[in-house]
Design a protein around this ligand. Sequence first.
Ligand SMILES: *[C@@H]1O[C@H](CO)[C@@H](O)[C@H](O)[C@H]1NC(C)=O
Ligand SMILES: *[C@@H]1O[C@H](CO)[C@@H](O)[C@H](O)[C@H]1NC(C)=O
Ligand SMILES: [Zn+2]
Ligand SMILES: [Zn+2]
Length: 446
Amino acid sequence: MSSSFKFKCFQYFFIIIFILNVFAATTILSSSTDDSSFNNFLDIAKSPEVFDWMINIRRKIHENPELAYQEFETSELIRSELDKMGISYKHPVAITGVIGFIGTGFSPFVALRADMDALPMQEMVEWEHKSKVAGKMHACGHDAHVTMLLGAAKILKQHEKEIQGTVVLVFQPAEEGGGGAKKILDSGALENVTAIFGLHIAPDLPIGEVDSKSGPILAGSGRFKAKISGKGGHAALPQHSIDPILAASNVIVSLQQLVSREADPLDSQVVTIAKFHGGSAFNVIPDYVTIGGTFRAFSKQSFNQLRQRIEQVIIGQAGVHRCNATVDVKPGYPPTVNNGDLHEHFVKVAVKMLGINKVDSFMTPIMAAEDFSFYQEVIPGYLFFLGVKNAEHEQFVPSLHSPYLKINEDGLPYGAALHASLAANYLLKHQQDIAPGVERKYHDEL
Ligand SMILES: *[C@@H]1O[C@H](CO)[C@@H](O)[C@H](O)[C@H]1NC(C)=O
Ligand SMILES: *[C@@H]1O[C@H](CO)[C@@H](O)[C@H](O)[C@H]1NC(C)=O
Ligand SMILES: [Zn+2]
Ligand SMILES: [Zn+2]
C-alpha cells in the first residue's frame, strides 16, 4: 500500500506539474500572440461617447486650420484633451509638436503619428463647419488624423493597465513641405521607439476599408528651380538678342526625355515643370526666364540619378541656345518604404478587426510623398491608408488637396481603433524582446 500510495502521489504530482505546464504555456501564448483583451477597440471607438467627442474635435480643428509650424491652437486643443484624459506629454517639441505617453513608461516603445498642419487654399465646400480662415483649409485630412490619434489615446488610456510597454503619441507639425517629422526626430523624443505607425485618409476608399503594401508605397520627392539667362531686345530683331524663351522651351522638352528614355520603364519616376515665368511684353525678348518643378522616384539611386541629370540637361540645353543657366535642386522627402514585418503585423490586426475583404495589402504605390519617410529612415515604420469615402461622391471623388474635399466622418472610429490596436498588439508581441529584469509597473496586476 505504501508503495502504491507513493506511486499515486507521484502520479498526482505529475498531473499537477502537467497542468501547471499547460497553464504556463497558455499564459505565454496569450501574452505573446492572443490579443483577446484588445478585441473591443472598434466598439469603443464607435460608442456615442467616443464618436461624438471625436466628431466635435475634428470639426473644431477643421474650422480653424493652421499652416506648418503655426499649429498653436491645434496643439493647445490636443494638450487640453490629453490633460482631461490624464495623459502625460512633452511640449513643445519641434515648435508646436506634442509627444504623449501611455503605458508603463518602460520599453518596448511603439509610436503612433498624426500630422497637424493645413494647406494654404480656400475651402470650396459649403457646410456648417467650413474653414473659418480665408485661404486656409484642412484639405489633406490632417484634422482627421489628429482626431483619430486622440481617439486612439482615449481607448488606450482605458486599457492602460494591460499595455505592456509604452505607446508614444506623436502629434507632428508641418507635414506639408515643412518636414516636421525630421524636426521631431532631431529633438530625440523618439530615441527608444522600435516601431512607428501612421495612417493617411483616402477619400476614394469606402468606410471600414484600408490599403497599404510592404516596401515602397510613396515616392521620394525633390524640387528644382532654374534661371535661364539670354540677352533681351526688340522682338522684331531676334538677331540682336539671345532668346531665353526658346531656350527654356527646349530645356523643358529635353527634361521630358529623362523619364521616357533614361529611366527603367518598370521603375516609376516623374519630372514635372510646374512653373514657367518669362517676358512681360508682346514685342520684347526678355533677359531671362525662370522655371521650376518637382521630380519623384521610389529609390535613392533613381532619385539621385534624376537629380544629377536634371541639372546637366538644363545647363547643357540652355548652352545649345547660347544661354547660361543656374540650377538649384533641393531634395524634399525620401521615399516612403514600409517595413515587411510591420506589414504582416498590420495585415493581421486589420483583418481581425475589419475582415479579410476590407484589407487590400497590395495597393498600387502613389507618386505623392510623405515626410513619414523620415521616421522610416531611422525606425521601422508603417504607413497605411484609411477609407473616408463619402456616399455622395460616387461619380467624382475630390482628391486630397482638392478645395472640394469632404471626408466621411464615419471613418474616424476605424482609424482610432486601428491605431490603438496596432500599438497595443505590437507591445504584446514584443514583450520577449525586452531585457530581463526590467521593472514593469503593472506586471502584478496582469
Ligand atoms: C532611452 O533609453 C535610455 C536608456 O535606457 C535612456 O537613458 C533615455 O533617457 C531614453 N530616452 C528617452 C527619450 O526616453
Ligand atoms: C554666359 O556666361 C559667360 C561666362 O561668364 C559670359 O561670357 C556670357 O556672356 C554669358 N552669356 C549670357 C547669354 O549671359
Ligand atoms: Zn497633403
Ligand atoms: Zn497629408
